[in-house]
Write a protein that binds this ligand. Structure first.
Ligand SMILES: [Zn+2]
Length: 121
């Protein structure tokens, strides 16, 4: 089973291999502002299509990860490691899924602001 999630305007279409069981809600300086829920997948298992315009990246701080957003509707869609921190994985903002798809995802709260641990452990 595959499923597709999109940004608000439909420019960015992301196809996932399966519904995530868990996603991470992080309270770090950027995630708390974005309101994202992150689930990581192997890049090879995910398809990311830009129907009109490519996504726009945002890198700051230690320049290890790059957040991507749609240039049309501004939804944050995914992040990847930069060349400073290469990874075979991509993190998808699973809040792009439909509400019915989101409702069975177990949300784990990560304290990225301070202790760098899961608060539910
Ligand atoms: Zn969009």
């Amino acid at each position: 089973m595959t499923l597709t999630c999109t940004c608000h305007c439909g420019n960015v279409e992301i196809t996932l291999p399966q519904l995530p069981e868990t996603a991470v809600s992080c309270n770090c300086s950027i995630c708390r502002r974005l309101g994202t829920w992150w689930t990581k997948y192997e890049k090879a298992d995910v398809s990311i299509v830009f129907n009109q315009q490519p996504s726009v990246g945002y890198i700051w701080g230690d320049r290890c990860i790059e957040f991507q957003h749609c240039p049309i509707c501004a939804c944050v869609t995914h992040y990847t490691g930069t060349s400073n921190y290469p990874s075979t994985q991509v993190a998808i903002n699973v809040r792009l899924l439909s509400l019915s798809e989101q409702q069975n995802i177990h949300i784990r709260h990560f304290d990225g602001a301070d202790s760098w641990t899961f608060l539910d452990e």
